[in-house]
Design a protein around this ligand. Structure first.
Ligand code: ADP
Length: 313
């Protein structure tokens, strides 16, 4: 299977260009859509989940059991193939996990009671909620609620699974648990994971796209994006008052407080000056470099990753 998104654009009534000519090819497996708040991730996810319309562009889901599906037009087929965990996943607080999942399974067309009970039990086990299946959803922790969200998304054996910012607000332990659950979903389906947390992607996704302001800035594997920075990331540590001056002189990609000083990462082809040391680039560096526009400007034709230059469009 492959999801082909071509020239997708969306402008809201208030004039915000939430999607600006988005073109992406998403293979089977887990794919990360990484970008800051407001990048357009949810708009893209909701459009793929048939919940809202784009202004321009086309989307095809190729090689499904139902053949090639025109995602923007054939919404019923998409819904049969789709599992979706929205960003604002709400639950009925007084209903138990088991009853809610049973209800949703019936809506998905599982009419046979015994078959439904078996599916519901299996999903509750898979998401580690079997022991609390009789508890009301309102008492669930954030992590339990998100795992329940995955259980409902997996109803009906979806081939395209979309999870929108699923780890926001989870503590580290719950996040790891949630990551493990996503990994187990399998390699035969497309799992599209939107997030602003770099480690969600670096831990889970063999390929990713970085988005900002409605545009796809770069796509590739985490290794390709890191390699595209090769040897050009430098670090130094300065007092907090000196950060502004550093920004004026250097292409600063990130700043971070560390034991009272500010650690600065800059991107530069050669040594940027006294006090800088070369550091091994991380996906976080690549992310901040892309968001800051440094990746596209400095390396227009990186062979490894597919860096998209705005000037070239
Ligand atoms: P992300 O999921 O990456 O945070 P969104 O798709 O939610 O991004 O938002 C992209 C941009 O579109 C933001 O500037 C946001 O404020 C705007 N936006 C999102 N939904 C609407 C809407 N229904 N009406 C107007 N603007 C919207």
């Amino acid at each position: 299977m492959e999801l082909h998104i071509t020239g997708l654009s969306k402008t809201y009534a208030n004039g915000v260009h939430a999607l600006d000519d988005v073109t992406l090819t998403i293979p089977t497996g887990m794919f990360g859509l990484l970008g800051p708040n407001g990048a357009g991730k949810s708009t893209l996810m909701r459009t793929l989940a048939t919940l809202q319309d784009a202004d321009h562009g086309s989307v095809q889901l190729a090689g499904t059991p139902e053949g090639n599906v025109n995602v923007l037009r054939d919404k019923d087929a998409v819904r049969r193939l789709l599992g979706y965990l929205p960003q604002d996943f709400g639950v009925y607080p007084k209903v138990s996990a088991e009853d809610m999942l049973d209800h949703l399974a019936r809506l998905k067309g599982l009419t046979d009671k015994a078959e439904r009970a078996a599916v519901v039990a299996a999903l509750l086990r898979q998401t580690n909620l079997f022991d609390v299946r009789r508890s009301a959803l309102g008492g669930f922790s954030g992590g339990m609620r998100q795992r329940f969200g995955i259980a409902q998304a997996l109803l009906g054996n979806p081939k395209l699974i979309i999870v929108d910012e699923p780890t926001a607000g989870l503590d580290p332990e719950e996040r790891t648990r949630f990551h493990n659950l996503l990994v187990e979903i399998g390699e035969e389906v497309i799992v599209l994971l939107s997030t602003h947390i770099v480690s969600d992607v670096s831990d889970l996704c063999p390929s990713l796209a970085i988005m900002n302001k409605g545009r796809v800035l770069v796509t590739g594997t985490p290794q390709q994006l890191v390699a595209s920075l090769g040897g050009r990331v430098w670090a130094t540590s300065v007092g907090r008052g000196d950060v502004a001056a550093m920004r004026e002189r250097h292409a600063v990609i990130s700043t971070r407080l560390y034991t009272g000083k500010t650690q600065i990462h800059v991107i530069s082809d050669g040594p940027p000056g006294l006090g800088f040391v070369p550091v091994e680039a991380t996906l976080e560096d690549a992310y901040f470099a892309a968001i800051g526009g440094h990746l596209a400007r400095d390396h227009r034709e990186v062979a490894a990753g597919h860096i998209l230059s705005h000037d070239a469009r």
